[in-house]
Design a binder for this molecule. Structure first.
Ligand SMILES: [Zn+2]
Length: 454
């Protein structure tokens, strides 16, 4: 597929490149990859929806992986598919259970009804229903997390889950002989990811296991993901010796050599992260010390498909650390902390020369050391009390968070910097309702009313 313009996902001054764009320009939809259908091989297409959906013609009918996020996007996918094939849809398969990828199932069911055809089978890995149950249990939390991650206005994320009707464990074949596809469990981003193998054309749909960005492990708001399991999956997929690999995001990998290069080197990078993080943990280092010490080899992390446009290699290190350590940050103060409001008040009372703290933080910011400026300003920005320096500290912090966002490549860190700034700005506006002449403070750089990825 061609590169997407990604400017819509960026606040002014930001840089985002490539196809792993969390927002398609102009759509306002997180993770929409474009429009229309794209032929991959005879009887195989990819459809642009939330990520890239996959369609293969089998002797049983069409197998479609991912119904899309619903609404106009799914309607466009159905329309695009019908320009390619008139065959009935035999099965809708879930690439994985993240929100939004299959919110559009009812529209496909309606489409089959209108054509007088039987309802498609709804097939997912057996871990999808368990994930959906967890999402229902934690619905308000999921809403909050997704709104932060995807820069959506509070209250705008709607979790629409459509339960699959049929699940499988490791392997499921649809169709017969040359006209069959094989669904395979491909645990990677989640424990419910699948891949689809079309043996006749030697085409593999890699699902979330294969994206043109560093593997999405360890993002700040998500549960633990295992890089070693992801590497094992990539090796299993590589063993099929595909001629083409269709990714969930990004251009199709064409040619056995390129497939070996991309999947093979990604595997090596994930295994290296595990080995190196474990080595540093064994030396007795804590999480932040490891982040400061680790040096990432260019041959593993330099390739285009490893760019940290969505996730980040430091996120992966943190997840590996988390998988072998408890929650404690190794500062005894944090073991049994005082209530946050007491700490905030005590901090405010403790800092006698507040102006000196502000001045020192400003010096760091002016010297280009924004991260240090943030650490210093937190002495006052987290404090509570009447002193005007506290409000000034929060105003400075909000501005520095906005400046910090374009300094990092990962979409998720950018989102969280902007989210933090917006909260501080909203707090300031609430304290001074008349002092908001431009109405701009508190704005998020992107707002969307659609469901998200994780
Ligand atoms: Zn996902």
């Amino acid at each position: 597929m061609s590169s997407l313009p990604s400017s819509a996902s960026e606040p002014a001054g930001g840089v985002a490149t490539g196809t792993m764009s969390p927002m398609a320009a102009g759509t306002g939809l997180p993770l929409k990859t474009g429009e229309g259908a794209q032929p991959v091989a005879p009887g195989i297409w990819l459809l642009h929806g939330q990520g890239q959906s996959f369609v293969a013609e089998t002797s049983a009918g069409l197998v479609v992986v991912d119904a899309g996020p619903g609404g106009k996007v799914t309607a466009g996918m159905i329309e695009a598919l019908r320009r390619c094939s008139d065959a009935p849809v035999h099965a809708l398969c879930y690439s994985h259970g993240h929100a939004g990828y299959n919110a559009g199932v009812p529209q496909w069911l309606e489409h089959a009804r209108e054509r007088g055809e039987p309802a498609p089978r709804l097939i997912a890995h057996r871990n999808v229903p368990r994930r959906y149950a967890r999402y229902r249990e934690t619905q308000a939390l999921q809403q909050h997390l997704n709104e932060m991650q995807f820069r959506m206005p509070p209250g705008s994320f709607a979790m629409r889950l459509h339960e699959p009707e049929e699940t499988f464990d490791r392997h499921l074949v649809i169709g017969e002989g040359e006209q069959r596809v094989e669904l395979m469990w491909a645990p990677s981003e989640t424990d419910c990811c699948i891949a689809v193998w079309c043996p006749a054309q030697r085409v593999l749909y890699g699902g979330p296991a294969v994206i043109d960005s560093i593997p999405n492990i360890g993002t700040p708001l998500r549960t633990l993901r295992d890089p070693v399991r992801w590497a094992d999956t990539l090796e299993d997929l590589l063993a099929l010796n595909p001629e083409q690999v269709v990714r969930e995001f990004g251009p199709t990998i064409v040619g056995a050599q390129a497939v070996r290069e991309v999947l093979g080197r990604t595997t090596l990078a994930l295994r290296w992260l595990r080995t190196e993080t474990v080595r540093l943990m064994n030396e007795g280092l804590g999480e932040r010390e490891i982040l400061a010490r680790i040096r990432y080899p260019e041959d593993l992390f330099g390739p285009e498909w490893m760019r940290p446009t969505y996730g980040d290699r430091s996120y992966i290190v943190r997840d590996i650390y988390r998988s072998e350590n408890g929650w404690w940050d190794r500062n005894p103060t944090s073991l049994h902390p005082a209530p946050p409001e007491d700490v905030a008040r005590a901090l405010g009372e403790a800092i006698a020369d507040k102006a000196a703290v502000l001045a020192q933080a400003r010096r760091h910011a002016e010297g280009g050391r924004l991260q240090l400026a943030l650490h210093v300003i937190d002495l006052l920005a987290l404090a509570e009390g009447e002193a005007p320096e506290f409000a000034e500290a929060r105003r400075l912090k909000a501005g520095w968070l906005r400046e910090r966002a374009p300094q990092v490549q990962t979409y998720i860190s950018k989102s969280l910097y902007h989210h933090g700034a917006a909260r501080l700005e909203a707090q300031a506006n609430a304290a001074r309702p008349a002092a908001n002449p431009d109405g701009k403070r508190g704005a998020l750089p992107d707002a969307s009313a659609s469901a998200g990825h994780s």
